[in-house]
Design a protein around this ligand. Structure first.
Ligand SMILES: [Zn+2]
Length: 342
């Protein structure tokens, strides 16, 4: 098969396009013909070596895949060749203490498609058959590939972790990102009011169209002051944060008493200072989260079918132009998801 892979860490110029070994399904596994694969921030970490692929190089990135089942291994039931599917990207053992508690995303052997195994920047990808969900007819492959990481992570963060309620106020960082564009819509679906940040004024219109009531350009404005003004000095109930560093540090000041900061990524840096006085005196909750469950992905799909959630797709690139697609994301030109089409 053809794949976009890398044998050395570095920038987008390290991505090669060419022949790569065909995946062969083992027992309980399926091979999916990729019809669309979305790019993610984690791809960039895997590429540049900040998060080296655990199985070593060469490696194929790509966590979010929609496609058609090509072949199934021994013992696979309920899914067969030709079926349209979306791949749930999390791998877990099902046996450790945390899996047994129902918290599979903190499994002792947790892994992601495209990180711990070769992913979807390829014509074919191998996955556990248990990770396949039928892709409803009303959802395109492009839409399907924009859901399993960004939309699901935002869903789990807001619905399961922050427990957002109607009438609450939510600050979503970075409306132009996959997670940000998803979080705005999900918070609105929960009945909350939403404020968001953007890095350039040309993203303001997108943020408003998604349902944000107040949009702040974080390069030219102060989002803490804006959050205070927007809530009549009270502060917001929830912040969805995935940037890290100064953005994380200052997000705490935007929260009201009993507020919740959900951290779901670290796009700029893994580090962030915390003003503990605000955490204890205001009884704040700082909650970490990653991904969600396959059941939640099914719920997200139902909302997409019903038109209540809409994955924001910026543009597609042919798989052969994966290098250009990665550079486009590195340059932060995207407004929503960028997809590769084999
Ligand atoms: Zn486990």
């Amino acid at each position: 098969m053809k794949a976009a892979f890398f044998k050395e860490h570095g920038g987008s110029d390290r991505i090669l396009y060419g022949d790569y070994p065909d995946p062969v399904p083992g027992p309980g596994e399926a091979v999916v013909r990729v019809r669309a694969c979305a790019l993610n921030h984690v791809d960039l970490l895997l590429l540049d070596g900040r998060f080296p692929p655990p199985e070593g190089l060469p490696h194929v990135n790509g966590c979010e895949v929609a496609g058609v089942v090509e072949e199934v291994g021994a013992g696979v039931a309920g899914v067969g060749r030709g079926q349209r599917v979306v791949v749930f990207p999390g791998f877990s053992c099902g046996r450790c203490e945390y899996c047994l508690r129902g918290a599979r995303t903190v499994c002792l052997q947790y892994g992601y498609l495209g990180a711990h195994k070769d992913g979807g920047y390829a014509e074919l990808v191998k996955v556990p058959a248990a990770n396949l969900l039928p892709l409803p007819d009303g959802v395109s492959f492009e839409q399907g590939a924009a859901l399993p990481l960004a939309m699901l992570t935002a869903w789990h963060a807001l619905v399961a972790q922050a427990d957002v309620r109607p009438g609450q106020t939510v600050l979503v960082q970075a409306a132009g990102s996959g997670v940000g564009s998803a979080a705005i819509q999900i918070a609105r679906l929960c009945g909350a009011r939403v404020m968001t940040t953007v890095g350039s004024d040309d993203k303001v219109e997108l943020a408003r169209a998604l349902g944000a009531e107040r949009v702040v350009n974080y390069r030219t404005g102060d989002f803490v002051e804006a959050a205070k003004a927007w809530t009549g000095k009270r502060g917001v109930d929830v912040v969805v944060e995935h940037i890290g560093g100064d953005t994380f540090e200052r997000s705490v000041y935007a929260l009201t008493r009993l507020g919740t900061l959900v951290t779901i990524g670290s796009h700029d840096t893994h580090w962030g200072r915390l003003d503990l006085r605000h955490v204890y005196s205001k009884n704040l909750r700082i909650v970490g989260t990653n991904l969600g469950s396959i059941v939640e992905l099914r719920q997200v799909l139902e909302h997409v079918v019903a038109g209540r959630l809409r994955p924001v797709i910026d543009r597609t690139f042919p798989l052969a132009e994966a290098r250009a697609a990665v550079q486009y994301v590195l340059d932060r030109k995207n407004r929503g998801k960028v997809l590769l089409i084999p």
